[in-house]
Structures are given as C-alpha cells and as structure tokens.
Design a protein around this ligand. Structure first.
Ligand code: E4P
Length: 217
C-alpha cells in the first residue's frame, strides 16, 4: 500500500520524505488555508520535494471553470494530480482530463456507487473519506471493502486512495482490505512507527549493553 501525506506543510513533507516511505502528497483547500501560503507556490514547492503524485484541488464548481483551473494546476509540474469533487461537473472534468493524459483524483467520495462513476470517468484515484464517514454514523471501512470488490469485479485501474484517515486502525484495515493508497496527516503516519514494547525493548537492550562496557565503533 502506498503512503501519501495529507498536508500542505512543507517541513512535515520534507521530514517524512527523508524516511524513504512517502509515495505522494494530498492537499485540499482547507489545508492550503491552514498553511497560510500561496496555493500555486506551495504546490510547486511540494512537487519539487516529492516525485510522486501531488494532489491539487480545483475550487470551481462548474465544468468549464474547473477545466481552466486544471490547466493552471497541471502546468505546475508533471507530478500534479488534479483533484476534483465527486459531482456531475467534477466527473465531466475528470473524463476530459483523464482522456488527455492527466492524472485525476476524485475527492469527497462517500458511496460505492460514486466510486463506480469515478472509475468509469477514468479517475487515477478515488478518495473515499473514511473518517468523515465514521463521524456520520456510517462504516468507513465497509465502504472501502465495497469499492475494492466492485473495482476488482471489473478490473478498473482506478486506485483506491483511503482519505480522511484519523488513526492507525484505519491504516491497518485499509491494508487488510487491499486499498492501493492511504493518505493521512503527518501525526498519524509518525504514530505508525511507535509501539510501547519497542520502546521498552530498546531501553532494556541499551541498559544491558552499557553493562558490557563495549562499543561497536
Ligand atoms: C484527502 O485528500 C483529504 O484532504 C483529507 O483526507 C480530508 O481529511 P479530513 O476529513 O480529516 O479533513
């Protein structure tokens, strides 16, 4: 499963990229607002930091303006994936851009039927929001399993990008179901490295090693 980080904070992105485990980045208008930076500048900087797909979202709601915005976004760098909302205009835009060779991430997916439509529109990625789904009394991971089943039934190439990931269990369940990608905030990705028994084990080994009086170097 590929790991994308869901942020527009370039310091966090650079730090995670250094681990060698980061495959891409997702942003959205709220994350851009949180960064306090110019949208086009910050996307250009992220695209230089990470060679994998960097999702940059259109903000228009009509197809014609989405196409004009996408034209600006895809010129930023070759690794920009244009993000469009799961609406009729968004999917029309997805189809046109995908037919033209641009990677499109269809966002704000909350049903398996929406995911089916996105795949038919040629999306490179579908982003089902599991956290927001759970928040509203639905089962986010059941949605991922349904989409996996449907995409496998018809051998769709669209990658399932699990979004709105809130905790490590979402990551674990995504991997068990066979999602292609998950995108999570930096704190969730960093928490995946931790286990209390790992820390305890290191403390024990270090204490015993100190007793030997030896050094490797
Ligand atoms: C994904 O592309 C979205 O930016 C993101 O995962 C939304 O997460 P949230 O529901 O925590 O805002």
């Amino acid at each position: 499963m590929k790991f994308f980080v869901d942020t527009a904070d370039t310091k966090d992105i650079a730090e995670l990229y250094e681990t060698g485990l980061l495959d891409g980045v997702t942003t959205n208008p709220s994350l851009i607002a949180k960064s306090g930076r110019s949208f086009l500048e910050v996307v250009a900087e992220i695209c230089k930091l990470v060679p994998g797909p960097v999702s940059a979202e259109v903000v228009a709601l009509d197809h014609a303006t989405m196409m004009r915005e996408a034209e600006v976004l895809r010129k930023i760098a070759d690794n920009v994936a244009v993000k469009v909302p799961l609406t009729i205009d968004g999917l029309k835009t997805c189809k046109a851009l995908s037919d033209d060779g641009t990677k499109v991430n269809v966002t704000l997916c909350f049903s398996a039927n929406q995911a089916l439509l996105a795949a038919k529109a040629g999306a490179a990625f579908i982003s089902p929001f599991v956290g927001r789904h759970d928040d509203n009394g639905f089962d986010g991971m059941e949605l991922i399993a349904d989409i996996r089943l449907i995409y496998d039934n018809y051998a769709f190439d669209t990658e399932i990008l699990v979004a709105s990931v809130r905790h490590p269990v979402h990551v674990l369940e995504s991997a068990k179901i066979g999602a292609d990608v998950m995108t999570a905030p930096p704190a969730v990705i960093k928490s995946l490295f931790n286990h209390v028994l790992t820390e305890k084990g290191i403390a024990g080994f270090m204490a015993d090693w100190a007793k030997t009086g030896q050094s490797i170097l």
